[in-house]
Design a protein around this ligand. Structure first.
Ligand code: SAH
Ligand code: TYD
Ligand code: ZN
Length: 407
């Protein structure tokens, strides 16, 4: 078993799964331009000392996040509503002052800040992905196309003053240099301000064997325990944790300067539950590894049988998650002929690694396939309602978490 050093505390990291050579999950390819594709070793482990679950190899940040980064948060109606609620809650609680100021790390197309901007509250989105930042700016949101880190945060503080809220969703865990993020938060946050971030929850990922949540962008998989340790290391205190039912299960962490806020009982409750669930226990990770191999076996057996029987199968949702699912399982265009996705920047491109074509959702019913493999399983309710005709006409959905099943 390989031994590595923790990106945060320099402790020993024990590897628990190796997906092998994997592409950049959101690097969709132009047909005919597949030769210089970038690959890295996707392997994951847990730090024996601070308990942070992390990747063992880091992909350079500007290979992932750049002008053409295709992900757009606003493709999901459910997520648009979720972030509108997040914004409303801030507007009613932390941002009621005369000249309140909120900064978002990883603002993408403005899915959260849109509501803040419409309320006329001072804000700044920070996101290095130019296309996404341009989309936010086009809807009137103030953005800085940049990586949030200590230097950019210090500059924002000098220009705009201290932030009452620093918010981030599905981004803090993407940043391997999270030490620099925390020093940046220290430079930018008001004395009694809060740093709030939502991230997919390790306990949910392990409980549902959601191996496809592991890919290049998800450098860390957070737990309440590891985030408490992380915050403490950089002079902050974890004061609240709240479970949120998005992306298959996430936690909203609230961090403040020591002594500024009272810690809610939720922290101790989560820590006890994580202990009971064996979240740092090697046996838990062994079970996860076994379950993931079972899913791969079951899914590939099904897809090969359907192909042998002359059934048609297409994929639904060209998610970042699908890069791991497709390339780890070994799914090819022979088994899944194309993948539908509503994101314009992904359509007409090829999936990373497998080179399976991506088509618009209009291709789905033209004609409907016999089976659809739902890669965007976290949006199952929304997609199954939108595509209800598929099932009504005899089509069936294939899901692979928490285990392979057909509905
Ligand atoms: N917050 C949105 C977007 C998540 S996608 C949501 O929850 O849906 C992750 C985003 O983080 C991308 O838009 C990416 O460009 C951005 N990002 C990556 N590294 C960053 C950094 N260091 N600072 C700010 N944003 C970053
Ligand atoms: P998502 O699961 O949010 O994230 P990730 O890429 O991090 O795994 O991605 C959902 C994808 O599914 C996105 O590319 C948009 C697409 N999608 C549809 O095609 N139709 C839909 O109705 C929804 C909700 C998403
Ligand atoms: Zn560590």
């Amino acid at each position: 078993m390989a031994m590595n050093r923790c990106r945060i505390c320099d402790g020993d990291v024990v590897e628990f799964f190796d997906f092998g050579r994997q592409p950049i999950s959101d690097a969709f390819l132009e047909p005919g331009h597949v030769d210089d594709e970038f690959f890295f070793r996707l392997a994951i482990g847990i730090c024996r000392f601070c308990t942070m679950v992390q990747l063992l190899e880091e992909v350079p940040r500007d290979r992932m996040f750049h002008q053409d980064y295709p992900y757009r948060s606003s493709e999901s109606t459910f997520m648009r509503k979720h972030f509108e609620q997040v914004a409303r809650r801030f507007l009613e609680t932390e941002l009621t002052g005369q000249d309140s100021f909120v900064v978002e790390i990883g603002s993408n197309d403005g899915v959260m800040l849109r509501t803040v901007s419409e309320a006329g509250v001072r804000h700044l989105g920070v996101d290095p992905s130019g296309g996404a930042a341009d989309a936010a700016a086009a809807s009137g949101i103030r953005v800085r196309t940049d990586f949030f880190e200590e230097s950019s945060a210090t500059d924002i503080r000098a220009r705009d003053g201290a932030a009452d809220v620093i918010f981030s969703a599905n981004t803090t865990s993407h940043i391997a240099y999270v030490d620099s993020v925390f020093r940046g938060v220290d430079a930018l946050l008001a004395d009694n301000g809060v740093f709030v971030f939502e991230e997919r929850y390790l306990a949910d990922i392990l409980a549902s064997s959601a191996f496809d949540q592991i890919y290049d962008e998800h450098f860390y998989l957070f737990s309440v325990r590891s985030v408490r340790n992380l915050a403490g290391r950089f002079g902050f205190q974890l004061v609240d944790a709240e479970h949120v039912p998005v992306h298959g299960g996430a936690i909203r962490y609230t961090i403040a300067r020591p002594g500024q806020r009272t810690q809610t009982p939720a922290i101790a409750e989560f820590l006890a539950r994580e202990e009971a669930a064996g979240l740092t226990d090697p046996a838990t990770f062994e079970r996860f590894a076994t379950d993931v191999r079972t899913i791969r076996g079951d899914l590939m057996e099904l897809l090969r049988r359907l192909r042998a029987d002359g059934r048609t199968v297409v994929g639904y949702g060209a998610t970042a998650k699908s890069a791991t699912a497709v390339n780890y399982c070994g799914i090819t265009e022979e088994l899944v002929s194309f993948v539908c996705d509503s994101t314009p920047a992904k359509q007409g491109k090829l999936m990373p690694g497998s080179h399976i074509p991506v088509r618009p959702p209009s291709a789905f019913g033209d004609p409907y396939p016999d089976y659809a493999l739902l890669f965007a399983w976290n949006h199952a309710d929304e997609i199954m309602i939108k595509e209800r005709e598929f099932r009504e006409s005899g089509g069936r959905w294939i899901l692979y978490v928490p285990e392979m099943h057909i509905v």
